[in-house]
Design a protein around this ligand. Sequence first.
Ligand code: DAH
Length: 359
Amino acid sequence: MIDDVAKLVAEARSAFASAANLKELDLLRVKHLGKNSLVKRLKGELRKLPSEAIPAHARLLNDAENEIQLYFDVTRAVVAETDLDARLVAERMDVSLPPRPFAPGTAAEGGIHPIARTMEELTTLFGAMGFKVAEGPDIESDWHNFGALNIPLHHPARQDHDTFYVPAVDGRRPVLRTHTSPVQIRTMLNEAPPIRVIVPGRTYRADHDATHSPMFHQVEGLVIDRNIHLGHLKGCLIDFLRAFFGIADLPVRFRASYFPFTEPSMEVDIGWSRKTGELGQGGDWLEILGSGMVHPKVLANCGIDPREWQGFAFGMGIERITMLKHGIPDLRPFYEADIRWLRHYGADPLSPPSLVEGV
Ligand code: DAH
């Protein structure tokens, strides 16, 4: 019996030692320690022995089983480590390799939508000038969208907006925001000046043709600080437009205009050729955005003292600047989710806008 048990232990031990990996080792554990293993079966047969022989044999078998378990545990620790080493070698990854341009999800398959790309560029350029991104809801109160911006109920400016009204709640009619300007109000109500934000986002007007879509995108800009004047507005917008279009001497013209929420107000034009569509030369002007010094009444509506704080604001259509920058002739494909169009006009996700390389 003693010999048999010693052999049993030796067999299990050499079996464990021969296991090539954890899976094999686990199968051997079942064989040598499991319910149907030889030790377990011998223990089951103990009761067949004369009763005075049982304790000694039982001890022998228990010791053998413990020994096998110990060999198993030790072997398992060693094999686990070897397994890990092998995987670390096999799955080694060189993180310094450049990305593969034709990998799934990259430009060859589709691309970053031009609207999303322009938003990234806006964030990059204005971010470098100290602006952060602010957001607001698409469904707005009449007060945020119009009233607080100094556009009272019967103001003619409301007619220009072709507003989508939402069914009334508590007697008030919310609107799908007709511009990103209500986020000026929300920001000024929530934050103490100085303020420097841009607001890229969706806007809605009941208008549909080759150059208008009922849903479109704008970016708003708002700067509130002490001693802010028209020079800051002009410098900021000229720098932005030249960097965005990548034309260092892009002609920029400020033309007196009217918006209820700014005083004075200016529309901004850039130089282009009406004939060829080329930007930066040709002697024609193209209107591109609205801007002005924030109206004192708007500041007061937000609890900001206009004698202490001044600022400027601007708003522009994201589709428009995107179409101009990339020579996209028609607005409608922006919303058609056509993969061929996206392959053509989409941006490479592996080359995000960069201040160093240009946006
Ligand atoms: N909200 C105006 C629009 O949708 C654009 C605009 C003009 C925004 C002048 C401004 C601004 O912030 O100062 O037509």
